[in-house]
Design a protein around this ligand. Structure first.
Ligand code: GLY
Ligand code: MN
Ligand code: MN
Length: 435
């Protein structure tokens, strides 16, 4: 007897088996061996660095910490998991959960790290496999056309994957609420970070990416990576960009909270970015080129800068002169799944490269949207001294009202980010269900 989730996971594995069989037949392989990867130690030291299981391995097995293990996929055979579980009194050996999906695999428990021997045939080897091992196995190591086709399978999420993404979002939002409360209670970046972890119930190493917990001007550092222990007296803003990984699948959510010392212009801009974000979300539907929506974001930012008196010229001029790109130098969003910046975003379904346009080198998703894709929508507006100084020195800088901009540098910036499923009807907000 299976419940709905177990059924969805079995269907997920069937989808993968069918998809892999089709791709392997197209590309002339008798099978593929996928390696989980393993943690490395720091150079000159015996301490491990962070590790997460290889994405194509996790597509089959929803465990982000599996090391030294292998999956063998062959058409017409059940998938084989060679699972590394040595007797060890230094570490707790890995175990498999008492979950229904485990029954879909043939499992070969192993006390060594060696790969399974391959039957006769033409095999592909995927993952962080060293050259000697690949040579002894005798297959093609990480062939690009195969990886491209398997990345394509990851672009479309099935019911099991969507359930995981929903759950990841639910957990992350609890963390966001706690971090905002800690900020409003006067706490430091580090305390907000710890509040996030505690409320969302995860250890730091399990995060899908290092949380960005940025107070005041740190919010203008796009991937701010520190957690200050001091608590500044003047509290303008908090930007939190933080997620959660559930059974391998990542949430990637950003929220900006004005502090008691926020300039009222900043609060007004925060509302305007929120309205813009909702307008961009409302536009999501199959068939829409994501690059076009990214351009719509810039047009919206142009309007916003003009309406709030930050630029004196028209909204169109602010876009044409590159001013909106100074205030928002990142892309509108990206594909989301087993990786936060998931694979397959800059290539069409037939494998044609779709590079980011020169005006937007940071845009990670350039495809037409299709039902089953999950993307982030994350417009931002930042006051980044390095970029502002450059603009100030150019002719376009003369149209900027610096008396408004300069006091906002202390507030850093704004980012609001939700995770959206593209559906046949349009979209579903996985972060804010029902919106
Ligand atoms: N958390 C990184 C990003 O939003 O893309
Ligand atoms: Mn993102
Ligand atoms: Mn993010």
């Amino acid at each position: 007897m299976t419940n709905d989730l177990e059924t969805a996971q079995y269907q997920h594995l069937e989808r993968l088996q069918d998809g892999y069989e089709r791709v392997l037949a197209d590309q002339g392989y008798d099978g593929v061996l996928i390696y989980s990867g393993q943690a490395y130690t720091q150079y000159g030291d015996d301490q491990p660095v962070g590790f997460v299981t290889y994405g194509h391995f996790m597509h089959w097995i929803p465990m982000p910490e599996i090391e030294y293990s292998w999956i063998l996929i062959r058409p017409g055979h059940r998938p084989l998991l060679r699972f590394h579980a040595p007797s060890d009194f230094w570490h707790l050996p890995q175990t498999l959960p008492n979950a229904a999906w485990v029954t879909a695999f043939d499992i070969d428990w192993s006390d060594n790290t060696a790969p399974p021997s391959l039957p006769k045939g033409h095999f592909a080897l995927l993952g962080d496999i060293d050259g000697d091992t690949a040579l002894s196995l005798g297959g093609d190591l990480n062939p690009a056309p195969l990886l491209l086709a398997l990345d394509e399978l990851r672009m479309y999420k099935d019911d099991f994957e969507i359930w995981c993404l929903r759950e990841a979002n639910r957990q992350a939002l609890v963390g966001h609420q706690a971090a905002a409360e800690a900020f409003l209670a006067g706490k430091s970046e580090l305390a907000c970070h710890l509040a996030y972890l505690t409320a969302s119930q995860q250890r730091e190493s399990a995060l899908p990416y290092p949380s960005i917990i940025a107070l005041n001007r740190h919010a203008g550092v796009l991937h701010y990576q520190h957690y200050a222990v001091d608590s500044p007296t003047m509290r303008h803003s908090l930007l939190v960009d933080a997620g959660y990984r559930h059974q391998g699948y990542c949430a990637d959510i950003s929220r900006t909270t004005p502090g008691p010392g926020a300039d009222e212009r900043f609060s007004a801009l925060l509302n305007a970015v929120s309205v813009l974000q909702q307008r961009l979300i409302d536009a999501l539907r199959p068939g829409l080129p994501f690059s076009e929506l990214h351009q719509t974001m810039h047009e919206g930012l142009g309007n916003l800068l003009s309406e709030h008196g930050i630029v004196r010229g028209s909204a169109e001029a602010a876009v044409e002169q590159g001013i909106t790109r100074v205030f928002c130098p990142h892309g509108l969003g990206h594909s989301l799944g087993i990786q936060v910046h998931d694979v397959g975003g800059r290539v069409s379904s037939d494998g044609t490269p779709l590079p980011a346009p020169p005006s937007d080198p940071a845009l990670r998703l350039t495809r037409y949207l299709e039902s089953g894709m999950v993307v982030t929508i994350e417009p931002g507006l930042y006051f980044i001294p390095m970029l502002l100084d450059n603009l100030r020195a150019q002719p376009a800088g003369r149209t900027v009202e610096w008396n408004i901009v300069d006091p906002l540098i202390s507030h850093g910036g704004i980012r609001i980010e939700d995770n959206l499923l593209i559906t046949n009807e349009g979209h579903e907000n996985l972060t804010c269900p029902g919106e």
